[in-house]
Design a protein around this ligand. Structure first.
Ligand code: PAF
Length: 281
């Protein structure tokens, strides 16, 4: 496994790989790898000749009061896991190289960036789109692999790739869950043991939503009400949002239909967690 630290070296490597007719799969991450990330790496390995994993905690996607400084980092463990999965390249750019003095250019995604998580985290998706665009320019992949847990992020990236006519496939892979259903996330490490138990309520509430939809309820207001009720049984939980939206456009849906995304963001103590399901019937 090779480690590349500069964009120039990354571009050179990818250029040579392309000249040798190799396909490149790209897994962008902020590190602190877990099974969710590893599932993306495994799929990329299956579908491409070369798999590149980037690790970069991107300051531009954190608000001033958010957790950029304390975001969990473990470079050694990430390298061990990446090696085990036979990642070909780890791309570790530095903040100085990504955002040098005088840096001014940011990608504005428009409407899809300002709802759900974008409403609670102004500027977040501008930061995500900008760094993903910069990483894509460095890696020049044939396919990029993202997790469904960050459903809105995947939609924003897909939109950007389509709008900018980039010749690459965006693959969104299923959420990987802990035994009790909690979606895997680097931020789960912030939870103390009591909070960790309560965090299972995110998925439990989505399962209850699925059940009542199966038994015939289609009104979004009723589903949202029920989800909130399940979540708020936990004294440590506070609701940021619960929403029923179209899984492609993120527009709110009054009635649930096939491909409605039920998405939520919940604070468990001080930790903000997200989860979602797509209704398939
Ligand atoms: O999902 C993440 O880890 C980040 O938002 C990403 C896509 C690596 C961009 O910084």
């Amino acid at each position: 496994m090779k480690v590349i630290k500069t964009i120039k070296q990354m571009q050179l490597f990818s250029l040579k790989a392309k000249q040798n007719k190799k396909t490149i799969g790209f897994v962008p991450t902020m590190g602190y790898l877990h099974e969710g990330h590893l599932s993306l790496i495994r799929r990329s390995k299956k579908e491409n000749d070369i798999t590149i994993l980037s690790i970069f905690v991107n300051p531009a996607q954190f608000g001033p009061k958010e957790d950029f400084k304390k975001y969990p980092r473990d470079k050694k463990q990430d390298e061990v896991l990446a090696k085990k999965e036979k990642v070909d390249i780890i791309f570790y750019p530095s903040i100085k190289k990504m955002y040098p003095m005088g840096y001014l250019t940011y990608i504005n995604i428009g409407k899809t960036a300002n709802v759900l998580c974008g409403k609670s985290r102004p500027g977040h998706f501008q930061g995500v789109a900008t760094i993903v665009a910069k990483l894509i320019n460095g890696v020049t992949p044939n396919a990029i692999y993202l997790g469904q847990k960050d459903a809105q992020q995947a939609i924003v990236v897909k939109r950007m790739v389509e709008d900018l006519n980039w010749n690459l496939t965006v693959r969104t892979l299923p959420i990987v869950r802990e035994k009790d259903g909690l979606a895997m996330s680097s931020r789960n490490s912030y939870l103390n043991s009591q909070e960790r138990k309560q965090a299972a309520c995110l998925y439990q509430s989505l399962i209850v939503a699925k059940k009542i939809i199966r038994s015939g309820e289609r009104r979004s207001t009723k589903i949202i009400e029920k989800v909130k009720k399940v979540v708020l049984k936990n004294p440590g939980a506070k609701i940021d949002y619960v929403a029923c939206v179209d899984a492609k456009t993120l527009k709110p849906t009054k009635m649930i239909y096939k491909k409605t995304l039920i998405a939520l963001a919940i604070f468990i103590g001080k930790t903000r967690l997200i989860d979602n399901i797509i209704i398939d019937a």
